[in-house]
Ligand binder design. Structure first.
Ligand SMILES: NC(=O)c1ccc[n+]([C@@H]2O[C@H](COP(=O)([O-])OP(=O)(O)OC[C@H]3O[C@@H](n4cnc5c(N)ncnc54)[C@H](O)[C@@H]3O)[C@@H](O)[C@H]2O)c1
Length: 255
């Protein structure tokens, strides 16, 4: 395999699990030096050790809490200190929850908006001076819920639409300065996060049936399939792609 990230330094958030884990593995397999940032430090350390052993690249785990702005900023500073540079930022850490809108607590709203949207502002702002130096790029995790409405997840849907808006705004503002910014919109990927989806069955079986009927053959995708898109958008082959939103959703957004 061509090593598209040889000599590059990448920061991956949410790297302890699911899509973030698979993306860190993918970039490591192609030569990137890595920071794996997550609130689950034991999980991130385990993944970092496995990447070092399998691919022989530098991979370091850092604990941070995406809900806390100062923690986001410190994490970026420590990452650049360790890596010495920053070429790629993958903002993948995220949380998800369903509830009836009327039952959504203030705390749940703030937590989901904080982790799934505001953290991308704090992390990207702190990382931008370093990405300007390397003419690097950012790839953000949005969702099918960032493109169309989804019942029972108002906060998640608002946050993921916000991620698309942030992505497009930064792509335009920084395009002339050589920094690309893109978003991936997954739907129906087999991870710990998507294990929460069947909850909806308890209060709206018809909606779950509708969601499932739109997945390609009813099957979910593996995180590695999403990681391949993160890696493509982050590498130089995608140098003409910025401000884009790439769906990987088994056709859910097609109609
Ligand atoms: N799985 C899907 O079907 C799907 C669909 C659409 C979008 N996404 C998005 O993809 C991204 C990755 O999700 P996943 O499916 O791999 O889920 P996952 O639960 O397997 O991984 C999420 C990671 O984020 C970390 N995290 C959670 N809260 C954090 C916090 N406060 N600070 C730092 N790290 C924190 C978790 O520890 C975990 O390692 C998320 O942004 C999610 O919204 C996933």
């Amino acid at each position: 395999m061509t090593k598209r990230f040889e000599g590059k330094a990448a920061l991956v958030t949410g790297a302890a699990s699911g899509i973030g884990r698979a993306s860190a593995f993918r970039l490591g397999s192609e030569g990137a030096s890595l920071i794996l940032a997550d609130i689950n430090i034991e999980g991130a350390q385990t993944v970092a050790a496995a990447i070092r052993e399998t691919h022989g690249v530098c991979a370091t785990a850092i604990r941070f809490d995406a809900a806390v702005p100062a923690s986001c900023r410190d994490m970026v500073d420590r990452s650049v200190e360790i890596l010495g540079r920053l070429d790629v930022l993958l903002n993948i850490a995220g949380i998800f929850d369903w509830n009836h809108f009327a039952d959504f607590s203030d705390e749940a709203w703030d937590q989901i908006i904080g982790v799934d949207l505001s953290s991308l502002f704090h992390i990207s702002k702190r990382a931008m001076p370093h990405l300007l130096k390397t003419k690097g790029n950012i790839v953000n995790a949005s969702s099918t819920a960032g493109i169309k409405g989804q019942a029972y997840c108002a906060a998640y849907c608002a946050a993921k639409h916000g991620v698309v808006g942030l992505t497009k705004s930064l792509a335009i503002e920084y395009g002339g300065k050589g920094v690309r910014v893109n978003a991936v919109c997954p739907g129906g990927i087999q991870t710990a996060l998507s294990d929460k989806v069947p909850w909806i069955d308890s209060f709206d079986p018809q909606l779950l049936a509708l969601l499932n009927s739109k997945l390609n053959g009813g099957a979910m995708a593996e995180p590695e399939e999403v990681a391949a898109i993160f890696a493509y958008l982050a590498c130089d082959e995608a140098k003409y792609i910025t401000g884009a939103t790439y769906a990987i959703d088994g056709g859910q957004l097609a109609g």
